[in-house]
Design a protein around this ligand. Structure first.
Ligand code: AMP
Ligand code: ZN
Length: 160
């Protein structure tokens, strides 16, 4: 039988809890903050970023607490893919049809202000202001696209 270690588990699976009482995003997905959830299921939740960096700026998060990008392994590829799919679905529901002009990515620690894993979904990328372009800059050492993260995780071995 696979143990938590075998499947490259996050803090969630190890603790069996999935809720960090000090985490603002855990509170949001558990409906303790009054934030509107645009998507909510057992695995994934989505809400608007409180400080939008583009006309559309959504945060897609695991519903159970998972730490930042650096804590992920190959076992999390499916989760990250589902986060991206959810981001695309939310964009389409909000009448953003040009997904080629959208940005999907993560800040890398120490540039994350919230430890709960969160995918930034920004659109249209072409309408982002100067500061946002810098903040969510492609190929920088502080921001990684979802595709780059998936590629990186796939290149890692399954932890033993
Ligand atoms: P990062 O800097 O990548 O860790 O992103 C954290 C994001 O969370 C920032 O873009 C914040 O604007 C956003 N944020 C922080 N608190 C809230 C909140 N209560 N509701 C929605 N978004 C938030
Ligand atoms: Zn959390």
């Amino acid at each position: 039988m696979a143990t938590n270690e075998d499947i490259g588990s996050s803090q969630v699976e190890i603790s069996g809890e999935g809720y960090d009482k000090k985490c603002i995003f855990c509170k949001i997905v558990n409906k303790e903050m009054g934030t509107e959830l645009l998507h909510s299921d057992e695995e994934i939740s989505c809400f608007k970023d409180i400080r939008p960096g583009a006309p559309h700026h959504y945060l897609v998060v695991p519903t159970r607490h998972v730490g930042n990008c650096k804590s992920l392994s190959k076992a999390h590829v499916h989760l990250v893919e589902r986060m991206v799919d959810t981001g695309k679905k939310i964009l389409l529901e909000n009448r953003v049809t040009d997904l080629s002009d959208a940005r999907f990515g993560f800040h890398l620690p120490p540039f994350c202000s919230v430890s709960h894993l969160h995918l930034h979904v920004l659109a249209p990328a072409s309408q982002m202001g100067l500061m946002s372009r810098l903040f969510y800059r492609l190929n920088s050492y502080w921001f990684i696209t979802a595709d780059q993260l998936i590629e990186h995780l796939n290149s890692k071995g399954v932890p033993n």
